[in-house]
Structure formats: C-alpha cells, structure tokens
Design a protein around this ligand. Structure first.
Ligand code: TEU
Length: 593
C-alpha cells in the first residue's frame, strides 16, 4: 500500500484548538469566561492558524463538574451567554474558515435534567432512563455507604471516579442510582432504546444548527455489562474495568453512526481506561463499523499517575515512546490517531514532560514539535501555545475541582492520607485545576482574562508568560507554534508520511522519520528531539542521513552569527550522521529522496 491509499480527509490535515470557555476570556466581568469572550478571540485563533475549535460544554448546567453535568442539552448556560451568542460564535468561526466541534456528554446527565427528575418520580416511560437498583444487606459487604438507609449497602462495590461509592440513595424512589462520576451526574441507561433515540435526536438538532462534529465525553462507558459485576482487581471495584468497552458498545456506536454521523464530520471519542485493546480501537474507527474519526486514549496520561490524586509514578521517555509507537502501529491500516499531551483534565505538558524552569521555552517548543510531526491530528489546549505551566497550588482552598477535592477529602477522612500538606507535591502535580487557571492574555491585572474577580487563581507567571509578550517576541513559543501549524499546510509528508521510530529504547532522545512515497513524491522528514537538560550526540543510521536536507524548523537560533553557543553546522552534522543536540533542542529536517 502506498501512502496515497490512505483515505485523505480534511480532519487529518487539520489542527484542533481546545477552548475551555470558563477560563478562556471573560467579556462581561463576572470572573467567568463566556461565549462573547470567545467571539472576541476568533481573530486571535485565526492568526495562530488553527482549523477547528473544540468547545468544551456550554450547555445549561448547575456546574457540579464545570458543565460536564448537563441540565438541558439545547440551552446555553446563563453564565456563558445566550443561544444568539453561540450562533454569532459559529458564524464568526465559519467566516474565518474555522470549524466548530461541540462536546457531547451523554454517558450521564445532571441530576437536575428533566429526564432524571421524571425518572426519580417514576413517571411513565422514564423509569428506566437511568440505572436504578435495590441496595444490598449491609451485613453482606465489608464496607457501607455513607448516605444509604440503616442496614443497607449500595447494589455493588463500584467506586466513583471522583471518590466514594458509585451509587447514591434516593429517598423518594427508595432505590439507588448509579453515578460513575459525581453524585450529581447519574449515568444514563443506554440499554433503553428511548434513551438512545433522545441522544441521537439531540445530536441531529446540533448538526442542523451547523456544527462540524463532536468530541464525545467518556463515550466508551455507555454500555454496562448485565449484572454490573464487581472486580476486586480494579481500584474502582469494577466501575472502570467493567464499564469500559462494554458488551454492546460497538452496537450502540454503529447505530449512532448510521443514524446521525457522516464521514465529513470530525468525531473524536474520549475512551477511558488503562489500556485499550487495539482490536476495540480499530472497531471504533473503522468506517464500516463505528466510524469515529479519532479517539483519545489515556495510556500516556497514566504513566506518571498513581491510583489516587495524591500518588505519583515515575515515567521514562522510552515508556512514553512505547505508547505512541504502539498506537501508530496499531492504527496503521485502519483508523487515525489524535495527538495530545494536555487538555482541561490534565496538568500542563511543559511542567509534566518538559522543564518548566530554565528550559520552559525550549521544552514547550520541543513538545509542540513532537505533537505536530507525529502521524495524527494535533490538539492544542488553550495556553499551550504560550508554554503555560502548572500553578503553584499551596493550600486546599485554591482548588476548585471535584476530582481533586472529593477524593482527597475522602482519603483524609478515611485516614488513608494524613493531610493535604503530606501529599501536596503530588496533588499539585496531578490536579486538573492546573489546566483550568485563566488564559494569560497580557500583563494587565488578572492576565487580561477578566475585569472582575476570576473564579480560580491566575498563574503568577502571567506577567512574563502571556499572549501580548509572546506575540511581540519573534522567538516565542507562540510564533513557533504558528510555524509548526503552517508546516502542515505546506508539506503532505507531515500529515500522511509513514512514521518510523529510531532508537526506541533511548531515554533521552526521541528520533524518527516520516516518509511519503508515491507517484508524485518521495520525501522524508527526520525529527530529532533531546528530552534532557544536557547536550547529547546522536549517531544516525546511514539511510536517514542526507547531503541535501534542509532544516524545516528548530527551537534554537541557527543564524550562523559567529556566536559559539548558537553557531553550529546543522546541515553538515546531518550529512555526517552525527547530530549534536543542545538541551531540549528539537530539529526537523526535510529532504527529497
Ligand atoms: O473526563 C473523563 C475522566 O474521568 C478523566 O479525564 C479524569 O478527569 C482524569 O482521569 C483525571 O482524573 C471527562 C471530561 O473530560 C471531564 O472533564 C469530566 O469531568 C468527566 O469526563 C465527566 O464528564
């Protein structure tokens, strides 16, 4: 098969920019970002050069989980504006040739959604919209719920991903309902065909409004196995291992695909779980099966995470490479990869995989180089293009996130963790709130994000790390990102070239080639990335060296100005097969073969 045989699609050639509206830009001064705030920045996104915006949830919500708990799928959250504002945003984006994908959150709703209110009241037709079960006799189990009736334990041993049991007792219905996430996020029962009908109708409604696709929240959790079995080997008692990629998942998604999706839409399914069997991944993406464009897996996001928010693991570069190599290989024939190193649920990539101190700028550029030159569609999370870093959280009351606060409070209450101070470093490194601090626009108060009091603290480094400063400086992370994005438009090999890793076991250097061979061209990229604070020498195999390569992009100055620190014979080095890379140096060469 030549690379030309790969199905060419606009969404493979695109760069996606993720907007977390609560923290992006506040137009009305209430301290919370909003849709008019995003509209003000469409020009900015266009200047950066991105092709698609993924807008995190903006629907009506009581905000137990910042909009991932939806009360009404067809209404805009008051804090964020109105439907007319949203329509203006869509129009502005489309006028600038930027597509819009919306967040689809249908594993669960808010407990304030009309469906749940009716289900709770056992209204005709709504009884089985959610997972209702009888409790167990508390004597049968070794632990009991905090909130059930005397002597009763939840229906099974599943734990919520946000801490505590995955079941809550309802006094009115005198039954328990399942919530894999917060108690205010009851899980929809997809076994009920009426639930699926409602979801597909709602999706169609948004497509009719003109959107270009969906990012699908934890979509691989919607099929739960009969009997909801426990699993003692799962830290969540079975909630994770039993709910992910469940028995009817492909049936449900191919039904969705047949009913409402189109190959021209960008659809990206978020797929929870420690390791996704590649067989499932291919079925999710196969146009003849579920037909999603891409998926987000978590394998690289779990490398440095312990089970609890207060636990960390060591990661090695070879492990990180192994994840990406496995996925490139796994989706070579069927499917397409998404490429991300951070989002609204993850710490900032430069603090996690780079060096956010002395080499903040270099390592932010290096990680960007990686994301934009691997095979797949790159996702930029707001602020990544500035090299934004983690926040120096110092006390519990600086956090806002349920996924940080609930598990930690439970663990302290149960005596598993002594105090916040005892686990501060780990929580600080892991918390989702790192991603949620306001976008840094300028050195004005609150980083120019709001005229009011921001809902969460602004990173104190905003005085130097901000859009205004970055745009003024030619050598900034921002300008580098813009160059990376435009490479994709200029070179087909960046999008469609085959990926071949070099030195997979090396823990310092990540190097690879991308090769495109067809009737029209025979070209190759060589990418070399030094993931360390020291200099390294890379001995290249002969078949990737070249006398007539050009350096497409690199994150140091290569101006031959006689300054010993910057003046290296980059092309000569490549011809000799002997690259010397400075700390966090990234280079991308191109040559015709
Ligand atoms: O996230 C799924 C999810 O549980 C993880 O991203 C989790 O936040 C991570 O492992 C860190 O602990 C999606 C949304 O992206 C997230 O914002 C929502 O809170 C969650 O689903 C529930 O809708």
């Amino acid at each position: 098969m030549t690379e030309r045989d790969i199905e060419r699609r606009w969404w493979k050639e695109a760069v996606v920019y993720q907007v977390y509206p609560r923290s992006f830009n506040d137009a009305d001064g209430d301290g919370v970002g909003d849709i008019p705030g995003v509209v003000e920045k469409v020009e900015y996104l266009d200047d950066l050069g991105v092709d698609v915006v993924w807008l995190c949830p903006v629907y009506d919500s009581p905000n137990a989980d910042n909009g991932y708990d939806i009360r009404d799928y067809r209404t805009i959250m008051d804090e964020f504006g109105t439907m007319a504002d949203w329509e203006t945003l869509l129009e502005e984006l489309h006028d600038h040739d930027i597509k819009l994908i919306m967040d689809l959150v249908v594993n669960h709703t808010s407990d304030e959604h009309e469906w749940f209110v009716r289900s709770r009241a056992e209204e005709n037709g709504y009884e089985d919209f959610y997972w209702w079960r009888e409790g167990r006799d508390a004597d049968e189990v070794s632990w009991s719920a905090k909130a059930g009736p005397e002597g009763e334990a939840p229906p099974n041993a599943w734990k919520s991903f946000f801490g505590g049991p995955a079941w809550a007792y309802d006094d009115g219905r005198e039954e328990w309902y399942l919530h894999l996430f917060d108690v205010k996020q009851p899980d929809l029962n997809w076994e009920n065909p009426q639930v699926r009908e409602e979801v597909f109708d709602m999706m169609e409604w948004w497509f009719d409004k003109g959107i270009d696709g969906f990012r699908m929240d934890v979509i691989n959790l919607v099929s739960k196995p009969e009997g909801l079995p426990n699993d003692p080997d799962d830290p969540f008692g079975g909630a994770m291992t039993q709910s992910t990629n469940g028995p009817r998942i492909h049936e449900f998604l191919s039904e969705m695909s047949d009913r409402v999706l189109d190959r021209e839409h960008l659809t990206v399914g978020e797929m929870l779980g420690p390791e996704m069997p590649m067989e499932h991944a291919r079925r999710y993406l196969d146009p003849d099966e579920d037909g999603l464009s891409m998926l987000f897996h978590f394998e690289h996001m779990l490398l440095d995470r312990g089970d609890g928010i207060w636990e960390r693991d060591e990661w090695a570069l070879s492990d990180l490479k192994a994840v990406f190599n496995r996925w490139d290989e796994g989706l070579r024939e069927v499917g397409w990869n998404s490429l991300y190193l951070n989002n609204h649920d993850q710490p900032r990539m430069v603090s996690r995989f780079g060096n956010d101190g002395e080499y903040r700028r270099e390592s932010a550029k290096l990680l960007g180089t990686l994301l934009h030159t691997l095979r797949g569609t790159p996702y930029i999370y707001q602020g990544e293009e500035l090299g934004m870093t983690n926040y120096p959280f110092d006390s519990l009351d600086e956090f806002r996130d349920v996924d940080t606060l609930n598990p930690l409070r439970n663990a302290i209450e149960d005596g598993e963790v002594e105090s916040f101070d005892a686990v501060k470093e780990a929580v600080r490194a892991n918390s989702r709130d790192n991603a949620r601090t306001p976008m840094q626009w300028s050195s004005e108060p609150h980083a120019g994000f709001t005229d009011g009091e921001p809902w969460i603290g602004v990173n104190p480094n905003y005085e130097s790390v901000n859009v205004e400063a970055e745009r003024r400086d030619d050598d900034s992370v921002w300008h580098y990102y813009r160059d990376l994005i435009s490479l994709r438009d200029e070179y087909d090999v960046v999008v469609y070239g085959e990926y071949d890793p070099l030195f997979p076991d090396d823990d310092t250097v990540w190097a690879y080639t991308r090769t495109l061979t067809d009737e029209e061209s025979d070209e190759q990229l060589l990418v070399a990335l030094n993931f360390s604070d020291g200099e390294v020498a890379v001995g290249l195999p002969e078949d990737v060296t070249s006398d007539d390569a050009t350096l497409l992009i690199g994150n140091y100055r290569y101006d031959g100005d006689g300054d010993a620190a910057t003046d290296v014979d980059v092309e000569g080095e490549l011809a000799a097969g002997d690259l010397r890379l400075r700390p966090w140096e990234a280079r991308v060469y191109h040559h015709e073969r």
